[in-house]
Design a protein around this ligand. Structure first.
Ligand SMILES: [Zn+2]
Length: 144
């Protein structure tokens, strides 16, 4: 038997304990019954960001972006494709730096898009600039 992993619900942001071998079964949240993985990037604000980064046992990849940024918008389909393929191994999320300026300042985001991988509450890697889906997945998988 493997240790249960904490999966933070993408809907109500409650932590759920899921046996590691059942992560791929796409279970639902014990509190709100929403699917724990939706195969799409999750928009985070300052409050939900801390719940996911602070509690998740699943590494969280964050795309720091803004609506006015052309390369960010161009990368969005690649990031969505990566979400479909990388969940439930990773949680893919997005932070709108225009709305969440304090988060962007806290992490010293100087250019967008910036991708950052968080594991056990800490940032473990960062990459500035847009990537296609294949490069993005190769980069993320090389980090764990
Ligand atoms: Zn929930």
């Amino acid at each position: 038997m493997s240790e249960p992993r904490i999966v933070v619900c993408p809907h109500c942001h409650s932590p759920n304990r899921v046996p590691a071998e059942r992560l791929a079964d796409s279970g639902s949240c014990g509190k709100c019954s929403s699917p724990l993985f939706r195969g799409e990037p999750l928009e985070l604000d300052a409050t939900s960001f801390d719940k996911h980064i602070g509690r998740s046992d699943i590494p969280v990849l964050v795309d720091f972006w803004a609506p006015w940024c052309g390369p960010c918008r161009a990368m969005a389909p690649a990031f969505a494709e990566a979400a479909r393929q990388l969940e439930p191994e990773f949680r893919l999320s997005k932070v709108n730096t225009e709305e969440e300026q304090q988060l962007a300042a806290r992490f010293g985001i100087r250019s967008i898009p910036t991708l950052a991988l968080f594991r056990n509450g800490r940032e473990v890697a960062r990459q500035a600039g847009a990537m296609d889906a294949a490069s993005l997945m190769r980069w993320v998988r090389s980090l764990v």
